[in-house]
Design a protein around this ligand. Structure first.
Ligand SMILES: Cc1cc2nc3c(=O)[nH]c(=O)nc-3n(C[C@H](O)[C@H](O)[C@H](O)COP(=O)(O)O)c2cc1C
Length: 219
């Protein structure tokens, strides 16, 4: 069985398990990734809170992260997600069983920052702790303040809104990518343990955990 066929079966089972119609054959690209129209992805978008244990293949995870907040314009390093005043303040960390990596959107790579599993720290909720990957959206206050400019620099409410909106826009990109490729995801605010996550990542004072977002094949 080719890798393409195996991937197709895994994706088809995940789609069936989520109660979605299987993708038409024409929607399968040569690399095995499912490709659907934007309207179809929007039709499929939903929050998923039950995940299987299968790891997200690295190639698919990198494409998901590019969709989330990758560089889509060489000049100026523009991103797939808009950001308040172009602040680019959000870093995406990926917590998995094997450790934690930070996405470098310019290089399009994942850099390891922790060798241990911290998923039991990011939330007290069991399905989040067991999700194959938990994205952690971290805002860098320095970048946000620089982008905010003089008139907003001391405006804590504006800065907080900017960080949350920026992370939420990235999250929607992840929702749509997941919907298009038969993955499940949910944005997590209230059930996130921000202080414990910040401690587990050894983040400095100027960094805050805004949201987390588990991702994986639905169960
Ligand atoms: C800012 C924000 C925070 C959220 N926080 C949580 C959360 O802590 N726990 C959770 O289960 N869902 C959370 N959600 C997901 C919503 O509950 C979900 O989007 C809503 O119920 C609508 O369902 P749908 O996404 O399937 O359309 C959050 C969504 C947003 C936009």
């Amino acid at each position: 069985m080719t890798a393409f066929t195996r991937r197709s079966i895994v994706a088809a089972s995940a789609v069936a398990a989520a109660g979605l119609a299987p993708l038409p054959a024409a929607a399968q690209q040569a690399n095995g990734a499912a490709s659907v129209s934007l309207e179809e992805a929007l039709r499929r978008r939903r929050s998923t809170r039950r995940f299987g244990t299968a790891e997200i293949p690295q190639e698919q995870l990198l494409r998901l992260l590019w969709a989330a907040n990758g560089v889509n314009r060489k000049e100026g390093g523009g991103r797939t997600a808009p950001a308040w005043r172009g602040s680019k303040d959000i870093d995406i960390y990926v917590a998995r069983e094997a450790g934690v990596h930070r996405y470098d959107p310019v290089a399009g790579t994942l850099e390891q920052v922790r060798g241990e599993d911290i998923r039991d720290k990011v939330s007290q909720t069991a399905y989040i702790q067991r999700a194959p990957a938990v994205l952690i959206y971290v805002s860098d206050r320095k970048r946000l303040v620089e982008a905010a400019g003089a008139e907003s620099a001391g405006n804590e409410q504006a800065l907080a809104i900017g960080a949350h909106v920026n992370a939420a826009l990235i999250s929607q990109n992840v929702y749509l990518f997941a919907a298009a490729e038969g993955l499940g995801t949910v944005l997590i605010g209230g059930s996130a343990d921000r202080d414990a996550t910040k401690a587990a990542l050894s983040l400095g004072e100027g960094h805050s955990v805004v949201y987390i977002q588990p991702v994986g094949a639905p169960r």
